[in-house]
Ligand binder design. Structure first.
Ligand code: ZN
Length: 485
């Protein structure tokens, strides 16, 4: 699918952007009876779409930019890029003929950057026998010798399956994602292969210490002296690509050594954008090296506790100056979307760390820090001119847009935009449920603004192919987020 930047015309009451931004918007705010009723029950005034024909889009809302509070304003989008951010009047005066999406009472945030996901391995439900009993990933993979229950899971190699999984992440606010097995269009992917479905490039080499249990058998913990093993890299992947490998995924000595040896390698080979995905088994002294070595820790809290019954000491890492990004991993032990991952992160923070983190920490992990891990810090993850217009509109419950995210459900995400194109949303968030014509396909109250002509299935075919897949809008059978040790 190609993301279309043009909205099809629908009947409107405000024809120009200046009228829309000032006249119509103001009249609606003051005099709209349904808006007054909505305000009285604490509901935001619904978003309103006023189509234009210039190809420019203006989004009005409460802009979430990393400051303590959101700021009322507007964003002008041209050719998929944020062209201007400012007051609604000021932005509107530069945008005659624009399509205006007036979500004045809603939060507008950069879309989430999911720094860790395996799309083809994210279609199914967790194994009902999954228990948080593992000491290393190779145990549940069946590669650490006998005596361990091997988790059952399945790949989705069909395009309809991977389209569904990308949709699930879009409805949960993700606009960019690290990992392969993408479909062209929909959200944007970063992967090492130069293929049309990968808009960005990153080496998400999964396991640079393959068969670590056997490889590290002769070493013990604590391990002193120089690292005897170097990570293995993907054949043919340029060595300057951002590198996001699975490291220290477990709690035993093998996991700890992976962390130590990897960070030794990073220290000896600076100049690349490095991350550690998982890092559960990092020893405290290695957690404290992350900041100085400029290694981002990519945190997947639900998957960690579902498999290993614990996770990385995030407050320690933050106090030591580390960057933390966040990602969902896969549906078999991780969160179904980023909103679910925030809830799990916050539950662990409350249960294990005495509430040291808050919504703004998770928001930063899912925007600027994840973009940094993927080398995209100048490209996406901010509402800044020159950045990709990857953003979401979500329900304002309180004056704190970050803490609100912890309670945000898919039905609170009014709309998701990738490169300026409206791709997904929730019809009741819009005035009279009125949406652009290209958003004709619905799943209940949710709409999909996708052109299916580039795919070997239509909307009905998509639904039929995914009746047994992990759901788009609920957390049914999602892995547990409870920590027991
Ligand atoms: Zn993973």
């Amino acid at each position: 699918m190609r993301r279309s930047h043009k909205f099809a015309a629908i009947s409107i009451t405000c024809l120009t952007v200046s009228a829309a931004v000032t006249g119509c918007g103001a009249a609606q705010m003051g005099g709209d009876a349904s808006g007054a009723v909505a305000a009285a029950v604490g509901q935001p005034r619904p978003c309103r779409i006023m189509p234009g024909d210039s190809g420019v889009t203006v989004i009005i809302g409460q802009l979430v930019q990393g400051a303590e509070a959101a700021e009322a304003g507007a964003i002008r989008i041209e050719n998929g890029v944020i062209a201007e951010v400012g007051g609604a009047d000021e932005v509107g005066s530069d945008a005659d003929g624009a399509t205006v999406i007036d979500c004045a009472d809603w939060y507008v945030s950069p879309g989430f950057v999911n720094a860790h996901e395996h799309l083809a391995a994210s279609g199914g439900f967790p194994d009902p026998l999954l228990e948080p009993v593992y000491a290393h990933r190779e145990q549940w993979q069946g590669r650490a010798g006998p005596g361990h229950y091997v988790i059952e899971w399945g790949r989705r190699d069909d395009e309809a399956g991977r389209f569904w999984i990308e949709l699930r992440h879009l409805f949960g606010g993700t606009t960019t994602l690290a990992g392969g097995d993408a479909v062209a269009g929909l959200l944007k992917n970063a992967y090492y292969l130069d293929e049309p479905e990968n808009e960005y490039r990153a080496d998400t080499q999964i396991f640079p210490f393959p068969n670590a249990t056997a490889m590290f058998e002769e070493y013990s913990c604590p391990f002193g002296g120089p690292s005897p093993v170097e990570p293995e890299f993907l054949t043919g992947a340029p060595s300057d690509m951002p590198f996001l490998p699975h490291i220290a995924e477990g709690i035993n000595c093998t996991a700890t050594l992976e962390g130590q040896f990897y960070l030794d390698y990073v220290e000896a080979n600076p100049g690349r954008r490095y991350s550690v995905v998982h890092g559960v088994g990092l020893q405290a002294s290695d957690i404290e090296r992350l900041g100085a070595l400029d290694v981002t820790l990519v945190w997947s809290p639900r998957s960690n506790v579902a498999l290993y019954n614990t996770t990385v000491d995030i407050p320690r890492a933050l106090n030591a100056g580390a960057r933390i990004a966040i990602g969902t991993d896969w549906s078999y032990s991780g969160s179904y979307n980023m909103l679910e991952e925030f809830r799990c992160a916050d539950r662990i923070d409350n249960d294990a760390w005495g509430d040291q983190l808050s919504g703004i920490d998770y928001w930063r992990m899912a925007t600027v820090e994840a973009a940094y891990a993927m080398g995209l810090e100048d490209v996406t993850g901010r509402l800044t001119p020159g950045y990709a217009a990857d953003l979401i509109v979500y329900r304002k419950r309180s004056a704190n847009p970050y803490d609100d995210l912890i309670a945000t459900q898919t039905s609170d995400v009014a709309a998701g935009f990738v490169d300026g194109a409206l791709l997904t949303g929730y019809a009741p968030s819009f005035e009279a449920g009125r949406l652009p014509a290209q958003c004709a396909n619905r799943i209940g109250e949710y709409f999909v603004c996708a052109d299916y002509s580039d795919y070997p299935f239509d909307h009905a075919g998509l639904l039929a192919a995914n009746t047994d897949a992990a759901p788009l809008f609920s957390n049914e059978r999602q892995a547990s987020c409870g920590v027991h040790r």
